[in-house]
Design a protein around this ligand. Structure first.
Ligand SMILES: O=C(O)CCC(=O)CC(=O)O
Length: 248
């Protein structure tokens, strides 16, 4: 599995990131660039995305297994989990699987249950039949606020999305469709920051806020002028919230 690891220096924190559907580890580039150099960072391309090959069976649980394998491979100690959308589902699992090791949780533009079979099944069918580019424009409208779609930057993320292998994308759609962690939210005990792009129409702020309400003590913050990927559109604000959460 393709990944990147930078160990923390001394007792600086380590951040473990998990990406969204149709993105790879570069979605965190603008956040990592703003972190103190001493902080540890573990990022990866989930299965079927970026440079990571798909696997025969895939679920949110197996995606969480992959992160645990990396944590153990590098003997990572305490870490903060940062998950975006489907990556947020993965981090909700890790919060419960590694309660002592995960010190803080940051969930961006995600929920305990994302979408319904009525949304996911036609999307899977279309992508497998026609490729991602066939629905690329609709996805990108949900990802980015209108002003950002006029910038040169926009083409970079379009390329990332449309280069995602259709089979890998479809597998992750099915994994999201089959996950519902609503009943587990109350068991999350880490201090939790929940971020939502104000213009996100993939996981709208009301849905993200409802998840936050289920996690004891979670702080909900809406980020203006951002859609589904505030880490791309508003990296300064995203990083400021992240640093504030970790530094208490
Ligand atoms: O981004 C994700 O991980 C899943 C939510 C989604 O459907 C994003 C999109 O609208 O393509």
């Amino acid at each position: 599995m393709f990944h990147g690891y930078r160990p923390a220096l001394g007792d600086a924190p380590t951040l473990v990131f998990a990406n969204s559907l149709g993105t790879d580890l570069r979605v965190w580039e603008r956040i990592v660039a703003r972190l103190p150099d001493s902080w540890g960072v573990l990022r990866h391309d989930k299965r079927g995305h970026g440079l990571s090959a798909a696997r025969a069976t895939l679920s949110i649980e197996t995606l969480a297994d992959d992160v645990e394998t990396l944590l153990d491979q590098y003997r990572v100690g305490a870490f903060a989990g940062v998950g975006l959308s489907v990556g947020g589902l993965v981090m909700q699992r890790l919060a419960l699987r590694r309660p002592a090791q995960m010190t803080h949780l940051v969930l961006s533009d995600t929920a305990a249950k994302i979408g319904t079979p009525e949304i996911w099944n036609p999307r899977i069918e279309t992508v497998l039949r026609d490729g991602i580019a066939a629905i690329g424009a609709a996805i990108l409208e949900r990802w980015f606020a209108p002003a950002y779609r006029e910038t040169e930057d926009f083409a970079l993320w379009q390329a990332m999305l449309e280069r995602t292998p259709a089979a890998g994308y479809a597998q992750v759609c099915a994994a999201i469709r089959d996950a519902d962690y609503t009943a587990d939210l109350a068991r999350i005990a880490q201090p939790t920051l929940v971020l939502a792009g104000a213009e996100d129409s993939s996981t709208p702020p009301a849905l993200v806020r409802a998840m936050a309400a289920g996690i004891a003590g979670a702080r909900f913050v809406e980020i203006g002028a951002a859609g589904h990927l505030p880490c791309v559109e508003q990296p300064e604000r995203f990083t400021a919230e992240l640093l504030g959460h970790l530094r208490g």
